[in-house]
Design a protein. Structure first.
Length: 568
């Protein structure tokens, strides 16, 4: 069965504190790295607009476990021209309630996130229109909710659980001065003679998508909802004095380039703002737990140039199998080979989940790069001296063009083959504010470049292929391939050695060829006597250019001895 994917684990010894890089090769030219998944429960911001006074619980009532949220769309406009916008707000609100946004409210004794109760439209009484003072608006909203309770549209507050009402104002409504986007408060219903029940309500002004950021609707809605839960009746969690800037969503500003910026991010596809965390002593914004980033690469050959031709002498070690495998009686002849110098490009793309606007800061073999330019990297390069594979540590020039999500690399005639680690740090530019604890993914991948390609005479390759096939066929007939060797059996093959250190540039084809080589080593171990098997396996090892680096640090005899061990 063909191998569909190859797993590579690479260690870059020359980069301090580097961790192994996992790369998946799908074919000779395409690969991808492992997913990097940062586990950051919440953004923690480095600054805020809190005045430093104590935030404390004032022993009043708080939102309960899974407080129901009821949206009230005020005015007929929401059933007509505003119906699409209404549907978006309903969908986004449900997404917000299903998110992790409320997870830090546990420190304020809020047991569980609020839940979706539903939505409805109120046409009569009609909403206020034109420019209306925010205080008047709050009073009108409270009166609306009280009328709905009195009319039986909503249950009496003491029937429980207490509902968080959010009233959405329609097109045509504006706030005097324009600075207030929403508010919340509380009032009570009275049933004679002694039944007094408080209810909680907030409102959100209309944001015109033609001139304003419509996402501010949800940011404001989330703001008011958090404050309804933590300080519904002005005696919950807040600071002193009691004014319009005393609740936990009121200090969510960062100073960026000399101006105030509201701290916001996307949570479950809803843009919301931060709130104060007593536990952190800072503003925080709980985020999704499925952020992730991955690099995938595709290598393309651009040019190849013939640099030399030579004579290839048949390996006499192959003829050591001649007595047992007649097809291996290859004539002692001379064959031609051609060596090419190859230039390639690679495009590394960033894949991501949950990042709204990702930005990658790229590194090539540990060297940070940005924009366009050329970087010199020092690494092991596997090439040829005539027909013989050689390896050496060399400096290679790599051209690059980096964008937020793509890195293009150019390597012109490097003189050999090499593996190039590429990594990046991914941040989300849609996060507004100065972040101290950020959600940063660090994906990486190893890209293999082929800069030298030796092409042997087709007749010689065909003769070797006939020899190999005949040996495997004979082995399949005479031995049980899956049999377990016992005392007195021939030498056996240790296949793990071949998979150690095979470079990425060998590709999936090189990996498959190595697996076939492993089968031949096993066959040679069983079919040939010890000396001939050692000679034949030496030929197989030398015929794999991708193993040249292993042969630089270990003698061929050592590698062969490791591959072929005796049973006892």
């Amino acid at each position: 069965m063909p191998i569909e994917q190859r797993l590579i684990v690479s260690v870059v010894d020359e980069i301090p504190d580097s961790i192994p890089i996992i790369t998946y090769q799908r074919d000779d030219h395409s690969c991808s790295g492992a997913w990097s998944r940062p586990k950051v429960p919440a953004l923690v911001f480095a600054d805020n607009s809190h005045d430093g006074s104590a935030v404390a619980y004032h022993h009043g009532v708080l939102g309960g476990a899974q407080t129901p949220v009821q949206l009230v769309f005020w005015g007929a406009w929401w059933n007509g021209a505003g119906s699409a916008q209404r549907g978006l707000i309903e969908s986004r609100t449900q997404s917000l309630l299903a998110s992790r946004y409320f997870s830090e409210l546990g420190q304020y004794y809020i047991a569980g996130a609020p839940t979706w109760r539903g939505s409805l439209t109120v046409i009569s009484p009609g909403p206020p229109s034109g420019a209306v003072d925010s205080t008047v608006t709050m009073r009108r909203v409270l009166e609306l909710i009280e009328d709905c309770i009195d009319d039986g549209v909503f249950p009496d507050p003491d029937d429980g659980p207490r509902i968080a009402f959010i009233v959405l104002m329609p097109q045509g409504f504006t706030v005097t001065g324009g600075a207030v986007a929403g508010a919340h408060s509380t009032d009570y219903t009275f049933d004679f003679p002694f039944d007094t029940d408080r209810y909680w309500a907030g409102w959100v002004r209309y944001f015109d998508p033609a001139t304003e950021d419509i996402e501010l609707t949800m940011s404001t809605l989330g703001h008011e909802l958090v404050e309804i839960l933590t300080d519904p009746e002005a005696d919950g969690w807040r600071r002193e004095p009691l004014d319009g800037n005393c609740e936990i969503c009121d200090w969510s500003d960062s100073t960026v380039s000399g101006r105030q910026v509201r701290q916001r991010a996307w949570v479950n596809d809803v843009r919301v703002q931060s709130y104060w965390s007593v536990r952190h002593g800072a503003t925080v914004l709980p985020i999704d737990d499925d952020y992730g980033a991955q690099l995938e690469a595709k290598v393309t050959e651009t040019t190849r140039r013939e640099v030399s031709r030579g004579t290839l002498v048949s390996d006499p070690a192959v003829r050591r199998a001649c007595a047992t495998i007649p097809a291996c009686c290859i004539a002692d002849d001379r064959y031609e080979y051609v060596l090419y110098s190859v230039s390639e490009t690679a495009r590394i793309r960033l894949n991501w989940t949950r990042y709204r606007t990702p930005r990658a800061s790229w590194s090539i073999r540990g060297i940070a790069v940005s924009g366009s330019g050329t970087v010199q990297v020092t690494l092991p390069v596997d090439g040829y001296n005539g027909q013989n594979p050689v390896t050496a540590v060399r400096r290679v020039s790599v051209g690059y063009t980096a964008t937020d999500t793509v890195l293009d690399l150019t390597v012109n005639e490097p003189g050999g083959n090499f593996d190039l680690p590429v990594s990046c740090s991914v941040t989300d530019t849609s996060i507004a504010g100065n972040v101290a604890t950020n959600v940063i993914a660090t994906p990486s991948v190893v890209v293999g470049f082929v800069g030298a390609d030796l092409v042997a005479d087709a007749n010689y390759l065909a003769a070797l292929s006939r020899c190999y096939k005949a040996m495997l066929d004979k082995y399949k007939v005479e031995y049980q391939p899956m049999g377990r060797p016992g005392p007195g059996d021939p030498i056996k093959y240790d296949p793990t050695v071949l998979n150690i250190g095979l470079p990425a540039y060998a590709g999936l084809t090189g990996h498959q060829q190595l697996q076939e080589t492993g089968k031949l080593i096993r066959a040679a171990a069983y079919l040939l006597d010890s000396d001939d098997a050692y000679a034949f396996v030496g030929h197989l090892v030398r015929s794999q250019p991708a193993l040249v680096r292993a042969l630089q640090t270990r003698t061929e005899a050592d590698v062969v001895s490791t591959l072929l061990t005796t049973t006892s």
